[in-house]
Ligand binder design. Structure first.
Ligand SMILES: NC(=O)c1ccc[n+]([C@@H]2O[C@H](COP(=O)([O-])OP(=O)(O)OC[C@H]3O[C@@H](n4cnc5c(N)ncnc54)[C@H](O)[C@@H]3O)[C@@H](O)[C@H]2O)c1
Length: 340
């Protein structure tokens, strides 16, 4: 099958492309190579910006350098495909405050273009939202501190939790639009579409910065001997989803495309605070990792643990990798990626 992966040169996108190419599919990565966050991350060597692109070329993945805001180009690229994985995005909360129009056009309009391309060619499509569409006020009001991190009863947050409760930042608004338009295409056009509301992702090929991809950013800083910056007290908690489990979710939806909006995360077993992540990294590296604490950032969500049972029931997916297994794999990759 021919599969189109928008954002195919990004972290999740490259992992998807390589997985599907290895499984024998014909894969095209559609990406404008904007990679805005690289410009803000002086720690990364300049060649890192194109490292994923090189991996794709070596694996025989076709790379289409184009923008998801260009419907004609996107629809052209989708022609003849059997599946669209739409991962292209402006994913950083910080960039969304600074440039709300860019955030809107890439995330909201770009995702409607992806849905429209899928509709025109009658192709199943999976899109990405973020847990930032939830809360924060209801989530912050229901959590408490226990054992040095935030917890909640019940721990898992379902799709029915109120959305946009509290300050609405541009990223929250634009990603909520992705969820609403997915629903709109399902209801109006019977699209075979899924929108994954994703918790924090991590794993190989993630050139994380302070704006996006915090666990990889922690690993990269620790390996370079630079202190890690934590915004807030470090008790913020996430159920971190290893990238191979996220890739498996896209594959499950292709095998059994039950349309819907799905929370996707690794659940309570994988819940970890920022301070616990630092401790885990120190264990993996065999040395103490230095941390600098700075004030909370506007819009940060202090707690999220996913109840993924809706997607489990619909498509039979379950996460497998826990942070104790995934973090050493992330560190192994980052060591290699940073070596000259
Ligand atoms: N990484 C996480 O922790 C996380 C958490 C929640 C949700 N998500 C969502 O998952 C998806 C993938 O995230 P990621 O971490 O792989 O992001 P990423 O930034 O690594 O990749 C995004 C890719 O999209 C490309 N892109 C940006 N604007 C584009 C445009 N206008 N046209 C074409 N390509 C464009 C970029 O060049 C980049 O290669 C995003 O939708 C993101 O919001 C990620």
């Amino acid at each position: 099958m021919k599969i189109l992966v928008t954002g195919g040169c990004g972290f999740l996108g490259t992992n998807l492309c390589l997985h599907f190419a290895r499984a024998g599919h014909e894969v095209a990565a559609y990406d404008n190579l904007a990679k805005l966050e690289f410009e803000r991350n002086p720690l990364l060597p300049p060649e890192a910006r194109f490292a994923n692109l090189r991996l794709l070329e070596e694996a025989g993945v076709a790379v289409i350098q184009a923008d998801v805001r260009d419907l004609a180009a996107l629809s052209d690229a989708a022609s003849g495909c059997g599946y669209i994985c739409h991962t292209a995005a402006q994913a950083a909360m910080t960039i969304s405050w600074e440039d709300p129009l860019l955030d809107f056009s890439v995330n909201a309009a770009g995702s409607v273009n992806a849905l429209e391309a899928a509709r025109r060619h009658n192709i199943p499509i999976a899109l990405c939202s973020t847990i930032h569409t939830f809360g924060p006020d209801n989530i912050h009001a229901s959590m408490r501190e226990e054992g040095g991190r935030y917890v909640r009863t019940p721990p898992g947050i379902t799709e029915d939790e109120p959305r946009l409760a509290g300050a609405v930042t541009p990223l929250r608004a634009s990603k909520r639009a992705v969820e609403i338009y997915t629903r709109c295409y399902i209801d109006t056009y019977t699209a075979k579409a899924a929108c994954f509301t994703l918790t924090g992702l991590y794993g190989p090929l993630q050139y994380g910065g302070e704006d996006h991809g915090w666990l990889a950013n922690f690993a990269i800083r620790a390996l370079l001997g630079k202190p890690i910056t934590i915004f807030g007290n470090g008790r913020q908690t996430r159920d971190m989803l290893f990238v191979s489990d996220a890739v498996a979710a896209f594959e499950k939806f292709l095998q059994n495309p039950v349309p819907g909006l799905y929370n996707l995360g690794a659940g309570e077993r994988a819940a970890i605070s920022l301070n616990q992540a630092v401790a885990l990294l120190s264990d993996v590296l065999g040395r103490e990792v230095a941390v600098e604490y700075k004030p909370d950032r506007f819009g940060d969500l202090k707690y999220f643990v996913t109840d993924y049972s809706r997607f489990h029931k619909a498509c039979g997916w379950s996460p497998e990798v826990l942070p104790a297994e995934g973090v050493p794999l992330l560190v192994e990759w980052a060591k290699e990626a940073l070596s000259p």
